[in-house]
Design a protein. Sequence first.
Length: 375
Amino acid sequence: MSDDSLLIRPLSDLFPATSRWIYVDAASSGLLPETARERVSGVLEAQLLASFGENHALSMLQSCREFFARLIRATATDIQLFSSSAGALDAVAARLDLRHCSNLVLCTALSRPSFAAYWREQARRHSLELREVAIDADGFAVAHLKVLVDGGTALVALPAVSHARGWRLPLADIGSLCRARNVFFLVDGSASVGILGIDVLREGINGLIVAADGNALGVHGSAFLFVDETWGGAADPFLRRRRPRDRRPEMPHLLSLAVAQEALRVIDGCSVAEVERHALGLAERLRTALEELGMPVERPGIGGQLSHVAAVGEAAGEIDSALLDHGLLKFGEQLASGRVRFTVRGGQLQFGFHLYNRLRDVMDVRRIAAQSLAA
């Protein structure tokens, strides 16, 4: 495999953080392009000079919706922006008639803690049974999900790429199951949308939520939501938050909108299919390199579940488990000393790749791993 594609290579130079770090931390949060600062400065300047009006803000919002829609093969009218993931989740919950259902289905072991906690609270509030999908070492088996979903299921809520272990879940198979049983299928695309391709129609996804900072799609405090029009997904031009005596719409934070618009524009410039090819290729190069050194690399036994995240070590039972293996602890310390940014999650080291990564990042991590084993 070549180092980088002709489309990816020039774009990777837009990210100044890569000159300070060996940044393989896309499993946790993404980097923003240098041009985002310029876009924010332009918006601030326009506001200082009183030349930024409502029409400009609406244009930015519409641009973000169109860019995001192209990432997931949706239409812009089904996309909304929120100031937080919690607000987006509330919008999903409002579309579900939980009064006539008996259960929700989650996989807490693979989901972001805040995502799982939200639906646990909804289950408690509405006196619903919370059903957990079992997992095993081979990957995510749809057969385990199939026995849990029935006529009383209101929602199946799962990540596109697991928070722990880095598995890429078989969304099309899950979506087909949910569609056949008329169950709302909600996907958490944080740390995956914009890196891996998602086709909401083909994969049967009814709702998709993305925390922008996890995907290099914006900053903390921004979130995207797709809801299929058959579930009432058509979005208003504004993000509307109703106040008791004020029916006027409230705009999203303008500076967050400016960052999101520029970050989305950069990804759109090379296509998500090209980003996916690049990120998957680098992750596989790292897995192979570390396996050659004898390290315990995570590889799900079920085909098609490798993602842009390479995980190393034996998985622990809890997502927030620290590294326990002495060899991995030493490896982690040397990575930190070598200015490598990575993630520790579920007792494993995670290395996540995005469009700004290069083959040299893989080689640097391999070099540090070899030094750690030799020490």
